[in-house]
Design a protein around this ligand. Structure first.
Ligand code: NAI
Length: 335
């Protein structure tokens, strides 16, 4: 039998927190054989909501749930933690400049990185969900010098899943027939959802699209003018239609991100933002989304894919934004 895994969720009293906790406790993240101990971190204003969720967790009587602690102290929350989902973040307020947003979030992710450095388990894995996720992960990793930087990742799995969902609808196939989609760059409007190496039922997606839409040019136009902007702007579309942001789909993506990181992807690549080691010319140290595989010991970038000129342009534009975010936090002395 497995020892319980300690899982820390920050912002646990918020919307995504509420969608995450019950699925993790039910075994959706680590599998049915793995008990979990949950640590919910909130700020004082969010404590009641987190405490209420903890009461409901008790009322589910989940057999895999070996305890829930609610705290507003980061050191307590990360003490001995094996897996940390950093969800709580400072949203952009009215009139807030980008530099203010980065600085406000550095005030959250810096101390949380330091608390992970001080007390987390030696094997800790961290995924940042709270936006701006890539740069928040950069800040947390920089604040945890004793933890290998590759333990810090940021969530772009929702973008990946959104891309698969769009292709599945357009091609009239089940989502699991589609493989090899890649999301590159920043979790932002500049991201590049890429189908160049993707297949559907073994056939290249680009060829399947050309067949379905009536030619290569039409297919490329659909990718550039509809698919990419729709995936990149899907969060805004959800807000327009639902009247509230993406919550259940974000929680689902976070669960899949951790599950594949820890249990392995098999030979089916997915997308995650990881610390660049210079792959594909992305400056070392940036937290950038790439196609990745995991054998259970953490995400590794899939190397050796050819990027044509069009793909290169998209990737470079998003990487330039990541560089600008990094430089802005550097100018503030934060990394
Ligand atoms: P929410 O506002 O409902 O919840 C956030 C919670 O975090 C609140 O309860 C707040 O009290 C708490 N919090 C704030 N500062 C904290 C701190 N220092 N320590 C602990 N808790 C803290 O927001 P929601 O909908 O749950 O979204 C959370 C974040 O996830 C947002 O930043 C959002 O932009 C991001 N997001 C990221 C996605 C991705 O794909 N990477 C997708 C969807 C959302």
């Amino acid at each position: 039998a497995h020892e319980p895994t300690t899982v820390t969720i920050t912002g646990a009293g918020g919307q995504i927190g509420y969608a995450l906790l019950f699925r993790i406790a039910a075994g959706d993240m680590l599998g049915p054989g793995r008990p979990v101990r949950l640590r919910l971190l909130e700020i004082p204003q969010g404590m009641k909501a987190a405490q209420g969720a903890a009461l409901e967790l008790q009322d589910c009587a989940f057999p895999l749930l070996h305890g829930v602690d609610v705290t507003d102290d980061a050191r307590t929350a990360f003490d001995g933690t094996d897996i940390a989902l950093l969800v709580g973040a400072r949203p952009r307020g009215p009139g807030m400049e980008r530099a203010d947003l980065l600085a406000a979030n550095a005030g959250i992710f810096g101390p949380q990185g330091a608390a992970i450095n001080a007390g987390a388990s030696d094997a800790v894995r961290v995924v940042v969900v709270g936006n701006p996720a890539n740069t928040n992960a950069l800040i947390a990793a920089a604040s945890a010098p004793d933890v290998p930087a590759d333990r810090f990742t940021a969530l772009t799995r929702l973008d990946h899943n959104r891309a698969v969902g769009q292709l599945s609808e357009r091609l009239g196939v089940r989502p699991d027939a589609i493989r090899g989609v890649a999301v590159w760059g920043n979790h932002s409007a500049t991201q590049f959802p890429d189908v160049e190496h993707a297949t559907v039922g073994g056939v290249p997606v680009e060829r399947a699209l050309a067949d379905a839409l009536g030619g290569q040019d039409v297919a490329t136009r659909w990718l550039d003018d509809e698919f990419i902007p729709r995936v990149a702007r899907r969060g805004a579309e959800i807000i327009e239609v639902r009247g509230s942001s993406s919550v259940a789909s974000a929680a689902n993506a976070a669960i899949e991100h951790v599950r594949d990181d820890v249990l392995g992807t098999g030979d089916d690549p997915t997308s995650a933002a990881v610390v660049s080691r210079g792959e594909y010319g992305v400056p070392e140290g940036l937290v950038c989304s790439f196609p990745v595989l995991s054998d259970g010991s953490g995400y590794r970038v899939v190397e050796g894919l050819a990027l044509d000129e069009r793909a290169r342009r998209y990737v470079d534009a998003s990487v330039a934004e990541l560089v600008a975010e990094r430089d802005a936090v550097r100018a503030l002395g934060l990394v």
